[in-house]
Design a protein around this ligand. Structure first.
Ligand SMILES: Nc1ncnc2c1ncn2[C@@H]1O[C@H](COP(=O)(O)OP(=O)(O)O)[C@@H](O)[C@H]1O
Ligand SMILES: [Mg+2]
Length: 314
């Protein structure tokens, strides 16, 4: 049996008083995009640092392609690509020079290197700026070069730690396309993100991490089935109305809405229809809301919905 691309088993990591990872386990199959989805401080980078041999677990173990990240660290490093960290880009060199330099450092055969670099520049839309110094690049262009630099030695496993945070929409879409192409060629990708939408678009499997623990895991469809496709928020002027409305909506939808102050929140698969049903029944009971909003679920909504049943929400 071939080993999975990534295996994390019961990993713990503390920094002094802070528990960054508290018994984290997950598995990434070869050729799969796996998203580690969580807010700032959830433990995403701590996980990536252990898997990329830049940090060691206090307990538990991590493997890449069956290789232990502590005992076989050098072999792991030869098989992975990581954006943003050790593939650091030199500002004074051009994009092309940077990629060639990384190729030499990672022992790409000399006769293959020029073609490989040209191919990456082309695929990442960098051909036009390839011979300009990196210091003049925009943020999005620099990020694309950063990802390209992680791919020079064709790693079978790629780590992307929040690759699109801070990027404009166009650069984000371009990066998403690149990730999809890589995966079509068989690269396994561990992506960390704060964006539910990003995990949904790219990943076959998602682990939601919060406070150093995996609080939910599944395919995007499985997680969305729990969160709902949209969120309906209905606000009232008075406490008394909220209570009555919550009772009605619980009976209507079969589950209790979340309540925050005088706002009730419904997670629904059929947002518009759910809104209509709610308004109809509230109107029939003369419970007039003061505010009404229908929107896509945010990461916070996902956490509320996904952690509601585990009893582990903060
Ligand atoms: N080197 C460190 N020293 C002290 N605390 C750290 C260190 N690295 C991470 N932490 C803490 O561990 C927790 C998880 O951090 P991190 O893995 O960087 O989260 P994320 O990448 O999801 O934002 C946070 O509370 C963070 O402050
Ligand atoms: Mg981080």
């Amino acid at each position: 049996m071939t080993a999975p691309a990534i295996l994390v088993e019961h990993v713990r990591k503390s920094f002094g008083e802070v528990t960054a990872l508290d018994d984290v386990s997950f598995k990434v199959e070869r050729g799969e995009v796996f998203a580690l989805l969580g807010r700032n401080g959830a433990g995403k980078t701590s996980t990536v640092r252990i898997l990329t041999t830049n940090s060691t677990p206090d307990a538990g173990r991590a493997e890449v392609l069956g290789l232990d990240t502590v005992r076989q660290a050098a072999q792991v490093r030869n098989r992975i690509g990581l954006t943003g960290q050790y593939a650091a880009v030199d500002d004074n060199l051009t994009g092309r020079e940077n990629l060639r330099l990384i190729g030499r450092l990672t022992h790409v055969p000399r006769r293959e290197l020029a073609d490989r670099v040209d191919g990456l520049l082309d695929r990442f839309g960098l051909t036009e700026v390839a011979d300009r110094p990196v210091k003049g690049y925009s943020g999005g262009t620099r990020r694309r070069l950063d990802v390209a630099s992680a791919l020079v030695h064709k790693p079978p496993v790629l780590f992307l730690d929040e690759p699109t945070t801070g990027l404009d929409l166009e650069s984000r879409l371009a990066l998403w396309d690149m990730v999809k192409e890589l995966v079509a060629e068989g690269t396994a990708v561990l992506l960390t993100t704060q964006y539910l939408e990003e995990a949904d678009r790219l990943a076959q499997q998602i682990a939601v991490i919060d406070g150093g623990r995996v609080v939910a895991e599944g395919s995007p469809a499985e997680l969305k089935a729990k969160v709902g496709a949209s969120v309906v928020e209905i606000g009232f002027a008075q406490e008394e109305l909220v209570r009555q409305a919550a009772d009605l909506l619980t009976r209507l939808e079969g589950s209790a809405p979340q309540r925050e102050g005088t706002v009730l929140r419904l997670n629904a698969d059929d947002g518009a229809a759910a809104t209509m049903r709610a308004m109809t029944i509230l109107d029939a009971h003369s419970l007039m809301p003061t505010t009404l909003a229908l929107r896509e679920p945010s990461l916070d909504d996902a956490f509320l919905a996904l952690t509601a049943h585990t009893g582990e929400s903060a």
